[in-house]
Design a protein around this ligand. Sequence first.
Ligand SMILES: [Zn+2]
Ligand SMILES: [Zn+2]
Length: 138
Amino acid sequence: MSRVAACGCGAVRVSVKGDPQICWVCHCDHCQRLSGSIGLFAAVFRDEDVTAIEGQTTTHRGNQEKWPGAERYFCSKCGTSVHWINPAAFPGMRLVATGCFSDPEFPGPNLAMQTKYRHRWCGDFDGADTFEGYPAQQ
Ligand SMILES: [Zn+2]
Ligand SMILES: [Zn+2]
């Protein structure tokens, strides 16, 4: 199965094959601000399962002390953050914003992190392992 994630204006497209290795949501204060939403939803694909990356992006380097090598890529035209890498946490993987697939059938999160920051009105996700912090901290 192949899927395409796209930005709001359609200029940036990330094509992937197969299902993601993991789908997560992080509710930490940083991810809320990055996403402009109540959590950042990510689908993690192996590099070899990413078949094409098209369109012009601008790069933002994240907190290099905490996450060495982390880079986020957003559409140079519309600003949508479509994909990113975090080699310290996910070596050999590319993270793609779940919402950019705009697919109701897309797999839901199997990992929910940093729920201590989560909005009170947001419930648990069915089938997700849920952690108040990061999984390694529990
Ligand atoms: Zn765009
Ligand atoms: Zn986070």
